[in-house]
Write a protein of this length. Sequence first.
Length: 210
Amino acid sequence: MTNLFTRIKDTVIADLNEAIEKKEKHNPIALLNQYLRQCEQETEKAAKFLERQTALKDEFTKELYHAEQLAEKRKHQAEIALKAGETELYQFASDEYELYSNRTERLRASLEQVKVQLGELERKHGEMKNKLKDMQLRRMELMGRENVTRANHRINQVLDTNNYSDKSYSRFEEIENYIDRLENQVNRSYNQTTIDARIEQLEKEIKHSN
């Protein structure tokens, strides 16, 4: 059964890779755009994790400040209770001071860890953005080269009658032939008009001379 599932998985992966290769050959820029969209989505997800980590750091900072304030308050209260001879109150304030002091140390350690993690996330997110920008620039360069290649190929086909298909070239040839015919027609009409006028003038001159 395991071998059957393995064969099925390998077949599906092979078909998927074949489909990707066909798509890449047919329209590589479209496939590149798809990859870039996926990279953009991953970069956006990383940005959200970064926002959460920043919010977590702010929360730890606030809790640490609060714990430090309470620890200082209970320490001061314990000193006053000790001076006043209030043993029970002193014990309560001392216990509270120890509690908040321990909490302060724990929060301070957690905050330092969160800061380290935040710095690492910021670094990796920055790398992702830079790589994404580089890939976007490379896509623009590839699109430019592809556009020039396609344009040159099309233009060369138009200019090279031997390599250009009959269907594509016939339109240009038809237009050129039409221009030639129109030019010949205009020239003939002009020549005919000119000849008729010249002969008529010659006839008038002959009559006057007689």
